[in-house]
Design a protein around this ligand. Structure first.
Ligand SMILES: Nc1ncnc2c1ncn2[C@@H]1O[C@H](COP(=O)(O)OP(=O)(O)OP(=O)(O)O)[C@@H](O)[C@H]1O
Length: 345
């Protein structure tokens, strides 16, 4: 943890614009008051656009928020750094940790709210508040924000933060034997779409088109598989193309994959796509985007509190991803934790 302490925070308050940070992680000051807002910025988000937008935004953010709060900005140096920064900020008693970037950054920040299967809390026993989660959506897909109707508009996001209204949101947890629990706030998915997310990350320069191209690439050499799924009773599902478990509605740059999910509903929506080929995906793409695919043949949906998934045929490894982060292979159990986090919403 000492290493994290050393490199996590840059306190932006009182710095003249000429001393604006250069995105290299360094340490000036740790958050120290209940009113600290810690902005976790991924400078590489949206192919580097997040870093540029953030620089432009900072003077407005300071003028809008710094009379009431201490603004701390912290730049991520690579994958998973946002999780470490968040844990440290919560332990130091920050009022809110705000993810600045896309769904990958948000996902890492959400995982920082937990440690070894439990919520992280402040070191100070006197601390009367819980740390809230905030979001300035500035990624490629920024899919979680779409569920709330939020756009990639950072000024709108700053107004939400300035209002300081908190609502409880649910978080999904993924467990597997001998593995640390892993959390998701948006959508976890299995098999084809999990591979698609991996390929899409190679084409982020193309914006949201990366997800369509990633999906078509994932279909190359893809085999649908038989799965055993327990969402109350164990049942066999033949020829599963993808299994998507939504706490929120969108993934893949605006595909409304789990249209009935909502992050404060207390449940997850499970959508199973069976026996899809690449041409089905293209022909039904418009229905995936507008969320009307649930009435398509071979698509089923249900609301669950937990679900367990096992592979029947062990020929192929079946990939699973959590908000776009690859998590290895099945079997896995996914559950909802109702109201796990307070969000500035
Ligand atoms: N300094 C960094 N250099 C390279 N990669 C980073 C850095 N900091 C974070 N990352 C990684 O970048 C990944 C993608 O970032 P992010 O989600 O913010 O943007 P995006 O992929 O463009 O947006 P979206 O996920 O909404 O499509 C994160 O999962 C994170 O692991």
């Amino acid at each position: 943890m000492v290493a994290v302490r050393m490199m996590s925070f840059i306190a932006a308050q009182n710095l003249p614009p000429s001393m604006a940070p250069d995105f290299s992680p360094s340490s000036i000051k740790m958050p120290s008051r209940n009113s600290d807002l810690v902005f976790v910025v991924n400078p590489r988000g949206a192919n580097g656009k997040t870093g540029k937008e953030w620089k432009k935004l900072l003077p407005f953010l300071r003028s809008r928020l710094s009379s009431d709060c201490n603004i701390c900005e912290s730049f991520t140096s690579g994958p998973c750094h946002a999780t470490d920064i968040t844990r440290e900020a919560i332990r130091e008693g920050a009022n809110a940790v705000i993810a600045v970037g896309g769904d990958g950054t948000l996902h890492e920040v959400v995982n920082g709210f937990f440690w070894q299967g439990k919520p992280v809390s402040s070191h100070s026993e006197k601390s009367a508040h819980t740390t809230a989660l905030g979001l300035i959506p500035l990624g490629t897909g920024s899919d979680f924000a779409r569920t709330f109707g939020w756009k990639n508009d950072p000024y709108e996001a700053i107004e939400r933060i300035a209002k300081g209204l908190r609502s409880r949101v649910d978080v999904g947890v993924i467990t597997a034997e001998d593995k640390e629990p892993h959390y998701f706030i948006n959508v976890a998915d299995i098999h084809l779409t999990a591979k698609a997310g991996y390929y899409a990350s190679r084409y982020k320069t193309l914006g949201n088109l990366c997800y369509v191209i990633g999906t078509l690439q994932a279909f190359m050499g893809h085999k649908n598989v038989d799965l055993r799924i327990d969402d109350g009773d164990w049942m066999n599902y033949d020829q599963v193309t993808a299994l998507c478990i939504g706490n929120a509605k969108y993934f893949g740059g605006g595909m409304k994959i789990t249209p009935n999910a909502y992050p404060s509903s207390g449940s997850l929506e499970v959508v199973v796509l069976q026996d899809f080929r690449w041409y089905d995906f293209l022909l039904k793409l418009h229905r995936l985007y507008n969320g009307t695919h649930l009435s398509v043949k071979n698509v089923t949906s249900r609301s669950v509190h937990s679900i367990e998934v096992e592979q029947i045929d062990h020929g192929d490894n079946i990939h699973i991803q959590s908000d776009g982060e690859h998590l290895g292979f099945l079997p896995r159990k996914l559950c909802i934790i109702p109201g796990a986090i307070e969000m500035l919403a």
